[in-house]
Design a protein around this ligand. Structure first.
Ligand code: THG
Length: 258
């Protein structure tokens, strides 16, 4: 499983403050901690910070790159902010994210192609999230066509079914498993799939339990990546265990030793 650390996100109050005060030590520590905990890449998003979001994104990319050597997942709803982040980065990048809208397709597909970035494709359009599984599958087919026509390899594409808080959308959460089963047969080999795991447990009591239970279930439906809190030790152990049970982890001898 490809684990992307979620913590460098202006949604967190302490991160928001660190960004507006340009506190680079705070951000560097957060980057190092997540990598030490087992993250393979780091999500980076300015979030709702007052000021010039493009400048903040540049600063975040440079600050994180000076602390760790890991792929950066450049996260923004605005293609021009993503562009700034991807161009500033020196290593591998993941574009987070694209939806089916002309503005997104025009800007982000060439950006992904020219920088050999991975590309997270949200299963939604300008007019929002389709209500049912079939609507989302239609968007997936249209997106994969547009992205491949634009010269991006299918292996660089990650579908994101958009995980909602289970508190408000219990049925939608359960539907993601069936959706993943259907997405898996769209391409051969099956496409990469990703979720923002902590969305699931927002405003809920047993956050860690909800997150790790969903994650291992989704892995058995083909989830290949997730944006998670890597500092959640129980979650990271569950992911490692599921990788072994699904025979995705080769060197399991020391784990399985009696
Ligand atoms: N898909 C993709 N990218 C994404 C998401 C997704 N990026 C952002 C998000 N969703 C994933 N990252 C987070 C990060 C934090 C939280 C949820 C998702 C979170 N934060 C605490 C909360 O809201 O309760 C903040 C608490 C605090 O302020 O301290 O839950 O789905 N492609």
């Amino acid at each position: 499983m490809f684990v992307i650390g979620e913590r460098i996100n202006g949604m967190y109050k302490a991160v928001r403050e660190a960004i507006s005060q340009q506190n680079s030590d705070f951000i560097k520590d957060l980057a190092k901690e997540q990598i030490a905990a087992g993250a393979d890449a780091l999500d980076i998003t300015v979030g709702p910070v007052k000021g010039d979001a493009k400048e903040y994104m540049k600063w975040l990319v440079n600050t994180v790159s000076s602390a760790v050597d890991a792929p950066l997942c450049i996260d923004s709803p605005h293609p021009d902010i993503i562009e700034v982040g991807v161009k500033e980065a020196t290593g591998r990048t993941i574009i987070n994210s694209l939806k089916k809208s002309p503005e997104h397709l025009e800007k982000l597909i060439p950006l992904a192609r020219d920088n050999e970035s991975d590309l997270i494709c949200l299963l939604m359009t300008d007019s929002g999230i389709p209500h049912d599984i079939n609507g989302k599958l239609e968007v997936a087919v249209e997106l994969i066509e547009a992205v491949m026509m634009g010269g991006v390899e299918p292996s660089h594409i990650y579908f994101d079914p958009i995980l909602l808080p289970v508190k408000n959308a219990q049925k939608d959460v359960a539907d993601t498993f069936e959706l993943m089963d259907q997405l898996r047969i769209l391409t051969d080999p099956p496409p990469n799939m990703i979720v923002g795991l902590s969305n699931l447990s927002q405003k809920a009591k047993y956050r860690s339990l909800l997150n790790r239970t969903y994650c291992t279930m989704a892995m058995s439906h083909g989830l290949t990546a997730a944006i998670v809190d890597p500092l959640d030790e129980k979650l990271m152990k569950s992911i490692k265990t599921a990788d072994i049970l699904l025979d995705r982890e080769l060197y399991a001898k020391s784990y399985l030793k009696g």
